[in-house]
Design a protein around this ligand. Sequence first.
Ligand code: NAD
Length: 497
Amino acid sequence: MTTQQNSWTEMAGRMKFDGRALINGERVSAVSGQTFECNSPVDGRYLAAVARGDAADIDAAVKAARAAFEDRRWAGLSPRSRKQIMVRFADLILAHKDELALTETLDMGKPIRNARATDVNACANTIRWYGEAIDKIYDEIAPTSDSALALITREPVGVVGAIVPWNYPMLMASWKIAPALASGNSVVLKPSEKSPLTALRLAELALEAGIPPGVFNVVPGFGHEAGNALSLHMDVDCIAFTGSTRVGKLIMVNAGQSNLKRAWTELGGKSPNIVCADCPDLDRAVASSIGSIFYNQGESCNAPSRLFVERSIKDAFIERALALMPKYAPADPLADDTVMGALVDRTQLDTVMRYIDAGRKEGAKVLSGGEQARAETGGYYVAPTLFDGVLNDMTIAREEIFGPVLSVLAFDTVEEAIQQANQTIYGLQAGVWTRDINKAHRIARALRAGTVHVNQYDEDDITVPFGGYKQSGNGRDKSLHAIDKYTELKTTWIGLE
Ligand code: NAD
């Protein structure tokens, strides 16, 4: 055990978590008094009793958010003032980096080094970026005739409900709350019941930064209770959802069945990654493809889980991939050199193992992994798994597994690869590797996905939109495009004499 690991372990032992909701600037228990237990997937340890919010708590939070919006305590501030407060919020997140990273790791199992380097930094950066952007966005005057002036202005939609998953709890929350808050809305956030703790801390830090009470509320609870109530609420103007395609459909139904609130969804993926024989550097293609599917234990919506390799280089690709597998062996998430942590819970572990069984039964061949690991710790770990001989209609190539499982499919022609890559209900991301620039553009244009990576799979930045085609959802998180989701466009005609 290293000194650093010792200190993470010691710090983890000392941490105490407050699982109560945060409504109208106050920590409160659920109206029903009910709680649920939050345990760590790292080793099964108990973390906190978390408020089991339901319709009553959601209603209280929405009322607080509405009151804050109506009296303009936040929306009425100048963009510059909102910017200053959001920048302070981002600074506070960084000031609490170790605490937030450790909370995230304990709550959902990812390696501490990733929680620190990626999740906390990216969350703070998102809050800062939208804060800094908001006093630089101008409205428009339409090119109408001289008899009138037409102003096109943006206004906040009002009360935004946000529902987020557990794979990047803080980061997914920030992708919603940052553009929503920057544009002057009030927010009610429902984090996943599997990882509620960092969202609650974020709301405390927001208050400390100066975001007024009632503007940013967090209600933990289960999806079918708190989440359902939020998406059905008659006084929520917009619901921003990240999660599974199955629940995304329910969100759209709930929005339609209630007040026709704007419903934005970021959903699942089964991203294809096409490696052509003329890829510029096979070692780099292998390292990036393997690194991207196994990052975050494979629990990434954009994970390149279907690897299409041109048949002539498949053996060479697989040989190099197998050589890398030991690096991704699951280990203690609190150790600084760990790259593969725990899956979020027992249910997810069982789901992943069921898919691995299905892959075997349908005729694919496990070349590496395929079994549970570190069971003695009381946590939920799966060895990174590589399947060869996968066909595009097998269950493991069709359905999102959300675990460290890679399916390798061979192709002979680019047309065949494109056709199979697009043969999916999803359209979140895709990759292509070739040194031929014309071929790269041709394939990139043909792939039906919100993001296409060429000769890398790892680039990411807050400046680019993120979202999907088809059943991967609608709307876009990140970049200035996200502001569209949280603002209404108003036209004001002014008659001129
Ligand atoms: P999930 O759909 O089960 O849950 C997501 C959230 O929805 C949770 O907060 C949950 O409590 C809530 N929820 C569940 N049932 C609900 C209901 N009936 N009404 C309202 N809310 C409800 O997803 P998950 O397992 O937490 O997350 C994994 C999924 O998220 C994967 O499919 C992944 O691809 C997707 N995801 C997508 C993106 C993206 O940007 N496209 C990013 C991250 C994760």
